[in-house]
Design a binder for this molecule. Sequence first.
Ligand SMILES: NC(=O)c1ccc[n+]([C@@H]2O[C@H](COP(=O)([O-])OP(=O)(O)OC[C@H]3O[C@@H](n4cnc5c(N)ncnc54)[C@H](OP(=O)(O)O)[C@@H]3O)[C@@H](O)[C@H]2O)c1
Length: 327
Amino acid sequence: MGEKVRWGIIGLGNIARNFVKDLALVGEAQIYGAASRNLAKAKEFVLEHNISNAFGSYRELLECKEVDVVYIATPHIFHCELSIMAMEHGKHVLCEKPMGINREEVKKIIAAAQKNKVFLMEALWSRFNPSIMKVKQLIEDGEIGPLAYLHADFAFYALDRDLKGRVLNPELAGGSLLDIGIYPIFLAYLLLGKPDRILSTSNFQDNGTEVQTSMIFKYVRAQAILYSGFTSRSEMKAEISGESGSIYLPTRWHEAQGYILERNGEKEEFSLPTTGRGYFYEINEVHHCLKLGQLESNIWSHNNSLDLISLIDSVRSQNEIVFPFEE
Ligand SMILES: NC(=O)c1ccc[n+]([C@@H]2O[C@H](COP(=O)([O-])OP(=O)(O)OC[C@H]3O[C@@H](n4cnc5c(N)ncnc54)[C@H](OP(=O)(O)O)[C@@H]3O)[C@@H](O)[C@H]2O)c1
């Protein structure tokens, strides 16, 4: 690998469009090429984002020797196959969330990273958000005492979307839980760890897609109340309460631009604006790990991804959230 880290982008949808804008802000990054299933679309994308090479298939990009690391931004159900294919071609991988649709897939992906000795990370960008990094530190330093209560949600109205699109289509592992429920689950896991018990309930739409899920994560001395939904918007503020204070992450908490610390009845507001949209920080982490020759991140490790998907699996099994291709 030269001085620049050469990136390839796979799957040119909404998130890829936002991600490459942040990638362009990282000095050490070179966006080598972008791959779509459709060459005309890839050409349009590279023109718009000032990228040198367009590929009309994902495989062509993976066969290209000039690419060091690929960013996989397809619907969830293709993450496993494409991550493994990329790693078999010797590429490092940053794969969109969820890394796989269940624990079995995530285990397979991690095994492929270990076999091919390449770097692999789930693009859980909120883990690297400066406010969330700071909040984790404050809690570890005991600034609000032992945690007792956490509330986090993620919701927007999506029932008017295309039933064939990835958000509502069960064939593409659609539904709120894997798409956005992953964020509140992540926050509880990050700050409280794995719960002793999960209580949850889901609602479904006619085509079988889960569109609303409420969860309680029970810990010995704490409870987390979590929610994801496509049936209405929610405020998307997070509240984290300890025995001697509280922290609030303002809306939208998963991409927070600051936080509020409340102690002894006094509130202090801290501003921590992100560079770009916030994907900047996970990209820097990939570069940092590649520079050190690390095959996984210490901040969002393979085990973290496995734990996260295992929690999602538990909620899925409680509510019989099964995709047609799993039946
Ligand atoms: N981190 C974040 O903030 C964030 C935000 C949104 C989504 N995501 C994650 O990113 C992934 C992609 O989400 P998105 O919103 O970008 O999705 P999207 O707009 O639907 O784009 C996904 C892209 O995947 C490719 N693709 C390959 N096979 C496909 C198929 N059978 N049907 C549809 N698309 C297919 C397409 O690219 P080509 O046509 O170019 O091949 C498509 O443009 C999801 O896993 C999601 O969870 C992350």
